[in-house]
Design a protein around this ligand. Structure first.
Ligand SMILES: [Zn+2]
Length: 143
């Protein structure tokens, strides 16, 4: 292993997540969107000098594709070794890293289905409008 590789391995955990980042994964309570946020373990934490613990407050918002602008607010508590000890959330629920892919796929599928449904409804409306127009056409104009 080269020096550079060794150096990289010091900062990047085997699963590809660098140690400086803590990723928090949530699911929106309103629409089911999976919203993830990164905590910078060096810059985002505030230290409680009495207990030696760290806290961070994050507001996560989805990408707005579904017109849901629910705010998901999380507070994370870390001990003096920056190990997660407690967490709280409003507007959503926490997902474990191994639940993210499935939850995201379920959400994408729901979005695709909703889009297909909206499209079908639009076509049905157009068809209804069209048949209405044909019905109300003056019979005398038919050749
Ligand atoms: Zn949402």
């Amino acid at each position: 292993m080269s020096f550079i590789e060794r150096l990289k391995n010091m900062f990047i955990a085997p699963n590809g997540i660098d140690k400086r980042s803590y990723w928090v994964h949530t699911r929106c309570k309103r629409c089911g969107e999976v919203v993830s946020g990164r905590v910078d373990m060096l810059n985002d934490l505030s230290k409680d000098f009495e207990t030696g613990q760290y806290t961070v407050h994050k507001v996560l918002v989805g990408d707005g594709r579904n017109r849901c602008f629910q705010r998901i607010e999380v507070t994370l508590y870390f001990d003096k070794n920056k190990k997660l000890i407690e967490r709280s959330i409003t507007g959503g629920e926490f997902l474990e890293p191994d639940e993210v892919a499935e939850a995201r796929a379920a959400y994408e599928q729901a979005m695709a289905e909703a889009k297909a449904r909206a499209e079908a409804e639009r076509k049905a409306r157009e068809a209804a409008l069209h048949s209405q127009q044909t019905e109300t056409t003056d019979p005398s104009s038919n050749s």
